[in-house]
Write a protein that binds this ligand. Structure first.
Ligand code: ADP
Ligand code: GLC
Length: 492
């Protein structure tokens, strides 16, 4: 299979969240299975800063009334995956990927229209088309939209199929109607059967409607998004395409996230020798400024985007009762101002116990995974979630709300077996009850070690999920049977 990934972020070139981890790792796993994979990303200011790269194409983007020009650079080949970067400095040479000072860039529609047109124009220069274009989230949803409109009659794309992966249904790419023209799209697309959504243009809706197949990043989330509670207004559209929708759980990249080899840690460790984890805990508490660290108090770790999705309002609600206990919370994150403020206030109120860093810091993210005893993810919804899977590997049992990928990846500890602690209802009381269960288990060292090792033994590497994607690709390209059946069969 020849597969072309179009995405707005990917490790190691750019990252704001888990999408980048997926786009960094899934292509490698597919290449390992023998497929020809290229990845197309924007070149942001933070992408390989100051590093000149060979220019491999000059493109004309069919905007009207004035055409625009952009270039594609070759960022090389790693583990069989080629990466191409779109160089369009007017759109991407900026400090943020999508926003500045908490506000989306006002020209985001135009920026990602340029990106998607460039992806299509770049493909057309190749001698043979890919079998599959694999798009991710609203920023690349314009690829299927253009293929069904501007490029509808282009023979080059007649046999090309599009898989669209939803990583987060809440981010839809909503723009006012005049934006259609700025994206070089006909106004005829602005209908209820098309891109119209409560008076706005909805690009994610276009991605769902105009792609040949849709996937999302866990089985549970694939079900949830077909309900009014989790559907973000698109549940009806998703139900209408449910025979073309599948949930494929994300894997994780154990080359990057493995306590036995992690180069960000002060000491490495394995399930059979956990001594290094104690060193990581002591160093973490020191680094975060805990005075006279109590090594027998558990450390509850948080590494997250601060967004309403992540459920931190629940922690605010139980702050006093939680922080009265003998424990530390070590938190790392950035995002919406109200949550940054909440974490700052908690750090000020509970000095020496609530240790927070409001920042994006990859090394510290690894050190928290290793140095914490438990990991907190009380998400309102979670399409997949990667940190809880990293936590399992790092021997840091997660406390999670049973939603989306959190529910699919964590087995609730039932007194005998399990890998973490789950709660169901979205309430502060339910969260506190789950934390209390975890604390009780922690006080029994033999039992705790068992839970730790149960998690460390789990294997969420990409190989299995990559095979499920291949099954979908093959079905779409007409070389195998029903994509849904094939993917479902492989995941059972
Ligand atoms: P989401 O994509 O919704 O943010 P995921 O759990 O899928 O959630 O992925 C989050 C990724 O971003 C993880 O790799 C996590 O370590 C990383 N991350 C999130 N916030 C930070 C931060 N403040 N510093 C470093 N890494 C972070
Ligand atoms: C999104 C989701 C997260 C998921 C990630 C990668 O950012 O919020 O749950 O793990 O995409 O698919």
């Amino acid at each position: 299979m020849k597969v072309f990934f179009v995405a707005s972020e990917g490790v190691p070139f750019s990252k704001t969240g888990g999408l980048a981890d997926v786009v960094g790792a899934l292509p490698k796993a597919l290449a390992t299975l023998g497929h020809r994979i290229s990845v197309f990303l924007p070149r942001y200011r933070s992408t390989l800063p100051g590093q000149p790269l060979p220019r491999v194409a000059d493109l004309t983007l069919p905007f009207r009334p004035n055409l625009e020009f952009a270039a594609v650079e070759n960022a090389g080949e790693t583990q069989g995956v080629r990466t191409y970067l779109l160089s369009a400095p007017a759109y991407f040479d900026r400090d943020g990927l999508y926003q500045a000072h908490g506000q989306d860039y006002p020209d985001n529609a135009r920026r990602f229209a340029a990106f998607c047109l460039a992806a299509i124009e770049f493909l057309k220069r190749d001698a043979d088309p890919p079998d599959i274009i694999h798009c991710h989230d609203w920023q690349s949803a314009l690829v299927p939209i253009y293929l069904r409109s501007l490029y509808r009659d282009d023979p080059f794309f007649q046999r090309v199929r599009v898989l669209f992966t939803i990583h987060n249904l809440a981010y839809q790419g909503l723009f006012p109607p005049p934006t259609l023209e700025a994206m070089a799209l006909p106004s005829s697309l602005f209908t209820i059967e098309g891109l119209e959504f409560y008076g706005k243009v909805n690009l994610l809706k276009g991605g769902i409607l105009y792609s040949d197949f849709i996937s999302t990043v866990s089985r549970k989330y694939a079900e949830e998004i077909q309900t009014a509670e989790y559907g973000c207004g698109l549940d009806g559209v998703l139900v209408s395409r449910r025979d073309r929708l599948v949930g494929i759980l994300n894997g994780v990249d154990y080359d990057e996230w493995n306590p036995a080899t992690d180069k960000f840690l002060p000491a490495n460790y394995t399930p059979s020798d956990l001594k290094g984890k104690e060193v990581c805990k002591a160093e973490l508490l020191k680094r975060m400024g805990a005075a006279t660290p109590q090594m027998d108090w558990p450390v509850l770790g948080i590494v997250s985007r601060f967004a309403t999705q992540k459920g931190f309002d629940l922690i605010g609600e139980i702050a006093d009762r939680l922080m009265a206990k003998e424990l530390y919370i070590v938190a790392l994150g950035t995002g919406e101002p109200q949550y940054e403020e909440l974490f700052r206030q908690m750090a000020a109120h509970y000095p020496n116990k609530f240790l927070a860093k409001i920042a994006y810091d990859n090394a510290l993210a690894h050190q928290i995974e290793a140095g914490a005893d438990m990991f907190l993810m009380p998400s309102r919804y979670e399409p997949c979630g990667l940190n809880q899977i990293y936590s399992l590997k790092y021997g840091t049992p997660p406390i999670v709300r049973a939603t989306g990928g959190l529910d699919d990846t964590i087995e609730d500890f039932d007194g005998k077996s399990g890998t973490g602690f789950k709660f169901h209802q979205y309430s502060a009381e339910a969260l506190l009850e789950a934390i209390e269960r975890a604390l009780a288990a922690y006080r029994e060292p033999t039992l705790w070690r068992k839970i730790v090792r149960n998690g460390m033994k789990k294997d969420f590497s990409w190989a299995q999920s990559a095979r499920q994607y291949v099954a979908v690709y093959e079905q779409l390209a007409g070389v195998s049977r029903s994509a849904q059946a094939a993917a479902a069969e492989m995941s059972s």
